[in-house]
Write a protein that binds this ligand. Sequence first.
Ligand SMILES: Nc1ncnc2c1ncn2[C@@H]1O[C@H](COP(=O)(O)OP(=O)(O)OP(=O)(O)O)[C@@H](O)[C@H]1O
Length: 224
Amino acid sequence: MTAVIELDAVSRVYPGPPPVAALHPADLTVEPGQYVAVVGPSGSGKSTFLNLIGLLDVPSTGHYRLDGIDVGDLTENHRAALRGRRIGFVFQAFHLLPHRTALENVMLGMLYQGVPRPERQQRALNALTEVRLDHRLQALPSQMSGGERQRVAIARALVNEPSLLLCDEPTGNLDTATAETVLELFHGLHARGMTLLMVTHNDDVAGRADRVVTIRDGLLEEQR
Ligand SMILES: Nc1ncnc2c1ncn2[C@@H]1O[C@H](COP(=O)(O)OP(=O)(O)OP(=O)(O)O)[C@@H](O)[C@H]1O
């Protein structure tokens, strides 16, 4: 089976001056269906790592293969297209458009994929059903709770059926009870085979994952 993520001595040095070695050469393989948490203190390199994995940045050295595709060989446009098709992003701050309904926000997740509108609507509806928000299709973000907003953002991330769901502190803006419902949702996605990589400060959140990887001073290490 082809790994979803394969890092082979991938590093990132910001040129500066002075140069900053934000990620030392790192190896990591994530197989389809795995749930991986990435933890580390502030400034340790988590965003650098997430930007590389999310194809928002390119390694300074080494090779990154996503679904077997060496992203170093791609032009920026091809990288963006690959990102749109294969990676779903979930952020701490939801990033929903305020004047669009839940359904429209999720449909916008497919805007650049060339999907005809009726199919976009059906797929958005399916994704919102998966996050149990099919009764809130016409709600605006301002009319929804934090947990509901994050579930819309998760539906938007799922709508292109990505190979990888990349989450950056997805429960950071939620109270404990609401965070729990969102974590249960991730658990359900994992149970149906989704590959998840989640950056978190929260040990309790990391404890839900199959594997925990730490980053300290740019050094990536597997914990379990
Ligand atoms: N564009 C840049 N140019 C130079 N140095 C940078 C740049 N971006 C980040 N850094 C440095 O690289 C190191 C890693 O930063 P990064 O943002 O990846 O950490 P982080 O773990 O995500 O931190 P936080 O949890 O606070 O968001 C830090 O020393 C930071 O100052």
